[in-house]
Design a protein around this ligand. Structure first.
Ligand code: SF4
Length: 166
């Protein structure tokens, strides 16, 4: 099959410059350097996203939907941070959360492990999702379930943007 060459649409042969979306999660290496006192190019802090990543359908959905959401809004606006590092008391991720423009937590069920872990470390997320409550997905232990991922990801992306713009 012949490849269709992209042009700018006005009839000339030039190819329009596409604005490349930042897919690389720059935030962790940036914070790592910053906390070690290494010189970094200063960037505005994105919204930090913590998801519970629990061992159930809804727990796994928190991770899949958060990754999709961060990819869609861009890593200049969303930083996926490790919840386990907060539990472990690691400074790097704590500082990442402290310097973030805001925090979004995504939990699978009413146990709200992500929210409670963050609260224990002194953080109060501006937006908190619970998949069973907000999307009416029933919890089960089918870890390969992809139920409603698009719908959840769209809502999480909206939540990230609301926090980013507030
Ligand atoms: S919030 Fe629910 S799904 Fe997530 S880790 Fe806790 S118990 Fe598991």
């Amino acid at each position: 099959m012949e490849k269709v060459k992209k042009t700018c649409g006005c009839g000339c042969a030039s190819v329009p410059e596409e604005k490349e979306k930042v897919l690389e999660n720059w935030y962790l290496p940036y914070m790592d350097k910053k906390t070690k006192g290494i010189e970094v190019e200063e960037k505005p802090s994105p919204v930090a996203i913590f998801y519970c990543a629990g061992a159930s359908n809804v727990g796994q959905s928190t991770m899949l939907a958060s990754v999709k959401a961060a990819n869609s809004v861009g890593y200049d606006k969303a930083a996926l941070l490790c919840l386990a590092s907060i539990s472990a008391g690691l400074k790097n991720i704590h500082n990442g959360a402290k310097n973030a423009r805001g925090i979004v937590s995504v939990d699978g069920c009413p146990m709200q492990c992500a929210l409670k872990t963050l609260q224990k470390d002194g953080f109060e997320p501006q937006k908190s999702f619970v998949i069973t409550r907000d999307f009416e997905v029933k919890k089960n232990f089918d870890l390969n379930s992809r139920e409603d991922i698009e719908r959840i990801a769209d809502a999480v992306a909206g939540g990230i943007l609301n926090v980013y713009n507030s």
